[in-house]
Design a protein around this ligand. Structure first.
Ligand code: AMP
Ligand code: MG
Length: 326
């Protein structure tokens, strides 16, 4: 955990003229090109992301949603566009967008070095595949991007003092239950029924010093849209992808719940009011294809590639919880 330098962050916009900023943003631009190149050549169609809607992803642990007045109705700014991705993949097979998200993260998030209030995630979804296929896509995409940037941007990375390890697939996979055991053996007990707290997530990503997946989260730890395994009630067919070197979570993904009655039950169980999800439930009632996908944060990717102390160094005008910056 790091102490957020509030005064520095209030004036952070001035760093746009610093030579280091040019290096970081050049690496980021090359990473985005590598991501698009890989996805485009593997049959994914880039779409424009929805930015506002009547509801948005409620599974954002502890963060609040941002609300706008949309001609007299309350609308949400996307905390993630997950709800739209299932229908888009149903219609168009393999899709992605660079999706700007707003999450009013809790004040403590300013200390993780991993949380911004405004960030971009590359949101990817594919029809008729399971979560194992989504993980294969995630590891190939990340390996391609890291290895490409390490080579193409070597000069810039040298100037930033960063040497990247070579990523090799397949990545190691551990279950959530195994992650809990590993943390316990390192004197870090965590709740086995919840997502791993931020400090322990960082610790685990130091202990396992290679890119890896945590799979099979317990039901209740994640959003209502992560599919429960019919063969293992209480276990979700989902994953987090983790960076090595203590950088923590890179991406989260899952096979999606897509059957109307199951989604309705999970919505109710998670305390959501189904009436707010009218259009989404209508779509499920009409029937959609099973899909799997994930979202990978651009600023966290940039932080990892450049070896930055905190994610706010990876944007020209960063917004960090509780800091009044432009
Ligand atoms: P989630 O659905 O919450 O797992 O978010 C998907 C991905 O978006 C994460 O794995 C991160 O890479 C990124 N992300 C989520 N929240 C934030 C945040 N507050 N700041 C920066 N990146 C984030
Ligand atoms: Mg996540």
């Amino acid at each position: 955990m790091i102490k957020p330098p509030v005064e520095e962050l209030e004036k952070y916009y001035k760093t746009i003229r610093a030579p280091k900023m040019r290096l970081i943003l050049s690496v980021q631009a090359e990473a985005s090109r590598a991501v698009r190149g890989w996805l485009d050549s593997n049959g994914f169609l880039e779409l424009l992301p929805p930015i506002i809607g009547p509801v948005t992803d409620p599974g954002i642990r502890g963060a609040k949603q941002a609300t706008i007045d949309y001609y007299g109705k309350e609308y949400k700014v996307m905390s993630s566009a997950i709800l739209y991705k299932q229908m888009l993949a149903t219609a168009l097979d393999k899709i992605y967008f660079f999706s700007p998200n707003i999450r009013l993260e809790p004040i403590e998030s300013a200390q993780t070095g991993r949380h911004l209030v405004e960030f971009v995630q590359i949101d990817i979804e594919e029809a008729d595949v399971d979560y194992k296929a989504a993980m294969a896509t995630a590891e190939q995409l990340l390996s391609h991007t890291v290895n490409h940037v390490a080579e193409k941007m070597k000069k810039e990375l040298d100037q930033l003092g960063r040497t990247l390890p070579r990523f090799r697939t397949p990545f190691r996979k551990i279950t959530h239950a195994e992650a809990v055991e590993i943390l316990k053996s390192y004197g870090e007990p965590v709740n086995p029924h919840a997502e791993i707290p931020w400090p322990q997530e960082e610790k685990l990503s130091k202990i396992i010093d290679e890119p890896f997946f945590i799979i099979d989260y317990p039901r209740g730890a994640r959003g209502f849209y992560d599919k429960e395994d019919p063969a293992r009630p209480g276990i979700l067919k989902d994953f987090d992808l983790m960076y090595p070197e203590g950088y923590g979570e890179a991406a989260s993904g899952a096979e999606r719940e897509y059957e109307y009655s199951k989604v309705l039950a999970r919505l109710r169980e998670s305390g959501e009011n189904p009436a707010k999800y009218g259009w989404y439930l209508d779509m499920l009632r009409e029937g959609i294809r099973p899909t799997s996908g994930f979202g990978i944060g651009v600023e966290r990717l940039t932080r990892y590639l450049c070896g930055l102390k905190a994610v706010w160094e990876a944007r020209p005008y960063p917004k960090v919880a509780g800091v009044y910056s432009p």
